[in-house]
Ligand binder design. Structure first.
Ligand SMILES: C[S@@+](CC[C@H](N)C(=O)[O-])C[C@H]1O[C@@H](n2cnc3c(N)ncnc32)[C@H](O)[C@@H]1O
Length: 250
């Protein structure tokens, strides 16, 4: 099969509403598990390395707010960085006051402090959000103090080289010691949003670890999330991989 690189795809054909309807209209058990893993990772990190609020970034936000919600208590501002104009418009509509479906995602986060102490997450996200259109291959280096990237590096190309390069750009946009959480589809070979087919490259937990290891301070924590009974999200998809770690200080 010929390679379909990131630049070979018209990302402006990404149908944000179809994507939300398919993936996030209701909270799925696998996203619920991911929320707990990421929440607890950030809690542990900031317990061990207390700091004031840091600038955060979610890379390739698409039409998903839950990575930004996971960053919310720790961040002075959150850049929602996205290539597709459709998703940028969606983010600009949602961040001033997001729709009710995201409440179920926040409910999982707020089981624990300091999420529980955020009285009104909409009021907190509104002034913090910075929606920015751009290409992750052009991200500046060493700018953000906490980061998330969910289903992007492996879900934007069929090329493993571009996957690794995407992971590198994500890691390198963070400041030394910054905590990050990234999620990946395992074994995905592509996905449909509305009527459009988008490229993906099939990755394993080991490949995710190998891609992140050169940029992290200590072992990357890898969590495998299985497909919940009765659900199938994407063709060829084998589950999800969550990787949490800290940018190294080199
Ligand atoms: C599968 S979606 C994931 C969206 C969202 N993060 C989530 O968790 O559902 C992949 C996203 O990556 C974005 N993307 C693709 N190439 C990109 C690039 N070069 N720079 C930034 N974003 C990109 C797409 O527009 C799309 O929103």
């Amino acid at each position: 099969m010929p390679t379909r690189g990131n630049g070979d795809t018209d990302w402006n054909a990404f149908d944000s509403n179809a994507y939300v309807d398919h993936n996030y209209r209701a909270l799925r058990p696998d996203d619920e598990q991911i929320l707990r893993v990421v929440r607890d990772f950030f809690r542990n990190h900031f317990d061990r390395h207390p700091s004031g609020p840091v600038p955060g970034i979610d890379v390739g936000s698409g039409a998903n707010l839950y990575p930004a919600l996971a960053l919310l208590p720790w961040c002075s501002e959150i850049t929602l960085f996205e290539r597709a104009a459709t998703n940028v418009r969606w983010l600009e509509r949602q961040t001033p006051g997001y729709e009710a479906n995201w409440d179920a995602f926040w409910d999982v986060l707020k089981e624990k402090e300091p999420y529980a102490s955020v009285a009104d997450p909409r009021a907190r996200l509104r002034p913090a959000a910075r929606v920015k259109q751009g290409n992750l291959f052009d991200l500046p280096v060493g700018r953000w103090g906490a980061g998330t990237m969910f289903f992007v590096a492996e879900s934007m190309t069929t090329s493993h080289d571009e996957f690794r390069e995407g992971v590198r750009r994500f890691a390198e946009c963070l400041t030394p010691g910054a905590p990050f959480a990234a999620a990946f589809m395992a074994g995905s070979t592509g996905y449909r949003v509305g009527t459009e087919l988008f490229p993906a490259c099939s990755v394993t937990g080991e490949q995710v670890r190998d891609a992140l290891d050169p940029f992290t301070e200590s072992e990357v924590e890898i969590t495998h999330i299985g497909i919940p009974g009765g659900y199938s999200l994407r063709e060829g998809y084998e589950g999800m991989v969550v990787a949490c770690g800290r940018r190294d200080r080199a």
